[in-house]
Design a binder for this molecule. Structure first.
Ligand code: PNS
Length: 173
């Protein structure tokens, strides 16, 4: 069987150039590629699921990546993969430190649904340190995140963080 479709799941809170690098690599192998954004991650997110979807779509358009469907899912990833008729699960690997978590997730997904192959792409060296959390932290301290995210994402981040600051100051924190 030839595998032609894949799902790239994650929190995407928000999408970074690291994610986009993985999308570009995966697109070479999988003509049908879906980005699946988890609606209820284990961690709390800065952006709502609707915002993360909108930001992801805008970022893909900004960098000229078309033909990638952005969907959301709640619950098990393998159920989402079944629903959308894909054959593979794509994840990115940045450094050794990602391995244990990714290995555990891939083996769990395989136990749950052996029909899906997990496929890993090594990120470009430039992005091997990059994460959504780092980007949020840098931006929250007023740092320039232009090297890490597309302009539309940077704008969404700055607006959201300003909103949060205003909420905190009106609450007297
Ligand atoms: O970007 P992240 O936070 O590393 O993505 C992790 C994610 C969302 C892909 C993973 O936690 C997930 O798929 N969660 C949904 C629940 C699930 O299927 N769990 C079993 C596999 S560990």
């Amino acid at each position: 069987m030839t595998i032609t479709s894949a799902i790239y799941p994650g929190s995407f809170d928000p999408i970074t150039y690291g994610h986009i690098d993985i999308v570009r690599r995966a697109k070479k192998l999988f003509p049908r590629l879906l980005i699946a954004i988890v609606a209820n991650p284990n961690k709390s997110t800065l952006f709502t699921i609707e915002e993360r979807m909108k930001i992801t779509e805008a970022a893909l358009a900004e960098v000229g990546l078309d033909g990638i469907q952005v969907i959301s899912y709640a619950g098990l990833l393998v159920n989402c993969a079944k629903e959308h008729g894909v054959s593979a699960i794509v994840r990115g690997l940045r450094a050794n430190s990602d391995f244990d978590y990714e290995f555990q997730m891939a083996l769990t997904n395989r136990d749950l649904a052996p029909q899906f192959e997990s496929v890993f792409f090594m990120t470009a060296g430039t992005y091997s340190f990059l994460s959504s959390s780092i980007v949020k932290e840098v931006c929250s301290y007023g740092g320039d995140v232009s090297a890490f995210v597309p302009e539309s994402v940077k704008k969404a981040l700055e607006e959201k963080l300003a909103e949060k600051r205003a909420e905190r100051s009106s609450a007297g924190e």
